[in-house]
Design a protein around this ligand. Sequence first.
Ligand code: PLP
Length: 371
Amino acid sequence: MVDLKKQYLKIKPEIDTAVVNVMTNANFINGAEVKSFQNNLESYLNIKHVIPCANGTDALQIAMMGLGLKPGDEVITASFTYVATAEVMALLGLVPILVEAKEFDFTIDPAEIEKAITPKTKAIVPVHLFGQGADMNAIMDIARRHNLFVIEDTAQALGATYQLSNGESAALGTIGDIGCTSFFPSKNLGCYGDGGALFTNNDELAANLRMIANHGQKVRYYHDVIGVNSRLDTMQAAILDIKLKHLNRYAESRRTVADYYDKALVGSEGLMTPNRIATGTHVFHQYTLRVLNGKRDALRSHLEERGVPSMIYYPLPLHFQKAFENDRYPKGSMPISERLSSEVLSLPIHTEMTSEELEFIVDNVKSFFNA
Ligand SMILES: *Cc1c(COP(=O)(O)O)cnc(C)c1O
């Protein structure tokens, strides 16, 4: 699905020098590289504050703590997403309110958000699933009207942009109150271990988030609030600072792969290629097909037998996961998310794919339908 080794080898001299530097300086925690990466990511995203942390799940948790969400508060998010988004809500005693996806974009449906709002609702967490924006203009409008916080889960869409209602373009993750991302190795900007970050334009909130990520202290050994221990290692920051310079090129490579798949597969009977929203760019964290007529698992086996990897993101919507089972969500309560889970199939997409690999993959997809 990814080729992180080949990607590393292309930037090996730069990375090796940076890693050896960190070891030589032995400043493994909060070294100069962390600040440097933070500053460079702030410029890249055009945001006032980047707060690095240990992983994307922590980023989401710190965001919810930083906004002062309290046990019993309801937070609305998509059912068709990765578990991390809703998991941290449950851990904090918040009530995750799962809602339906939009059929063709895979992201949360704003109309369903509006219906799920109650007096207890405090925040919305849209997920920019697979690499493009959720419907942020509609979501920000709902949030303003109902006085709700917006935390963008940008773990899959770092580097993608979005066209705001005022015509301006903004990086995903910089539109709501807080943006969260992950630097897990296979993410669009991945380090060589775990890492994450939060983004905000709000000075006061930034100071609060930074304090929470650092054991609730502003001054060492003086703890004002209950916090967590969540840092980005110097080593990972050094690697990310180098890879950030390549991020636009990486996005371009992914888009080239997506263009190739689109061209080869669009209009195939029984297949739907992924939609691209008109209001933003797509950085293709995943290239996700819908395989119709109950043939998804058979196609997956067909590909596997021929040496083509593929993945199902995600085989169950959250409201069908045992951990989130709730009378609120009977079978059939979110038919689109439920259907997507049975139809989606993601093909390999990464920065190092060759035209031979692409041709091989597409030929094998086509041979399934032509057999
Ligand atoms: C990867 C991911 C996360 C969590 O990031 P980690 O760094 O693995 O903790 C959260 N949300 C989404 C949508 C993700 O894809």
